[in-house]
Design a protein around this ligand. Structure first.
Ligand SMILES: C[S@@+](CC[C@H](N)C(=O)[O-])C[C@H]1O[C@@H](n2cnc3c(N)ncnc32)[C@H](O)[C@@H]1O
Ligand SMILES: [Zn+2]
Length: 317
């Protein structure tokens, strides 16, 4: 297990610090029955009981996605250079440039196939990739870099101590949970004073697109995995007519790159759509400020204020 991880891990069920035991991680209250496993160097810190069946089917849909498409050079339209460009300046925060990352700790919450992990590490940060499924491993996410750690767990009960990260980054994830607002609040608690939370969620679209996709998804999310995968492959040309958020368009991207985007739309049973005002409201409710609206409208970066300095106490009281 990556050395920097243990001091920031916590039990997903009660939040207690975990102790390393032979082959596992022990919660003092006995959660994890008897210990949480560490397999392949990856702590398995899922909270007790996913809420079946839609959550379990969502996990399976993403595992299929990363098993099939993890090897693509461009995921959601981005090659490695574009991913690095997404992590500084106006796309993430006007306050974050390349130098900002040196010595910082980042959580990629819902890291999927792990496409951003090498980019964060190359910028000089320690980065933890958290995902509810085994997608990062299935896609071959790097595990031999001492600055990169993987953890299996949920953004709804993230297995970390509060205020552990300078940046929590969650791109296209919390709308795939049963409660996006609760996931936002849980991630906000992990941000250090002076640190930031970046979240992008699927935007709420016009009535026609919402209705058509709602109907389509009522069918596609119930189909067996191999059939939905074949269907998404066949529907890849749809990206000519239906705008994808990443700009992935049939003709300009490969067939497989477009199919991966269509799979993301049509396969996961859990998917909610939100407005900028909603995300900004979650940020304010979590006590974050300096809310930045990004060029992608439902992308929001918000900052945890530094704690006010306490007045020095006089000796005379
Ligand atoms: C659309 S993908 C985005 C992946 C990655 N952030 C990216 O930009 O490439 C959504 C990811 O969120 C993960 N996910 C869904 N629900 C989750 C949860 N409750 N906790 C952690 N990860 C979750 C899925 O397994 C999937 O890999
Ligand atoms: Zn516990």
């Amino acid at each position: 297990m990556t050395p920097f991880l243990l001091p920031i891990l916590a039990c997903p069920d009660c939040g207690a610090p975990l102790a390393a035991e032979a082959g596992g991680l022990r919660c003092p209250a006995g959660h994890g029955a008897p210990d949480f496993a560490v397999e392949g160097g990856i702590p398995r810190l899922l909270p007790a009981g996913l809420r079946p069946p839609r959550e379990a089917r969502t996990v399976a849909a993403f595992e299929r996605q990363w098993r099939r498409y993890g090897g693509l050079r461009r995921i959601f339209g981005k090659d490695p250079a574009a991913m690095t460009a997404n992590l500084t300046g106006a796309r993430l925060s006007a306050r974050v440039d390349q130098a900002w990352y040196a010595g910082r700790r980042v959580l990629d919450a819902g890291c999927g196939h792990g496409r951003y992990l090498p980019a964060f590490a190359a910028l000089g940060a320690e980065v933890v990739g958290l995902d509810i499924g085994r997608g990062p491993e299935l896609a071959g996410a790097p595990t031999d870099d001492p600055r990169i750690a993987l953890v299996q767990g949920s953004v709804l009960a993230p297995p970390f101590r509060p205020e552990s990260f300078d940046l929590v980054f969650s791109d296209g994830v919390i709308h795939h949970t049963p409660d996006a607002g609760a996931a936002y609040a849980a991630l906000a608690r992990l941000v250090k004073p002076g640190g930031a939370l970046y979240v992008w969620v699927y935007p709420r679209e016009g009535r026609l697109r919402e209705a058509v996709f709602g109907l389509a998804r009522a069918i596609t999310t119930r189909l067996p995995g191999p059939i939905v995968r074949a269907l998404c492959f066949a529907l890849a040309p749809l990206t000519v007519f239906v705008r994808s958020y990443s700009g992935t368009t049939f003709g300009r991207a490969t067939w497989a790159e477009c199919a991966q985007v269509v799979h993301d739309w049509l396969a996961p049973p859990l998917q909610s759509h939100h407005s900028h005002a909603e995300v900004a409201g979650w940020a304010a409710a979590a006590g974050l400020g300096a809310i930045e609206q990004l060029p992608i409208p439902t992308g929001v970066t918000a900052w945890r204020p530094l704690r006010a300095q306490r007045e020095p106490q006089g000796l005379s009281g």
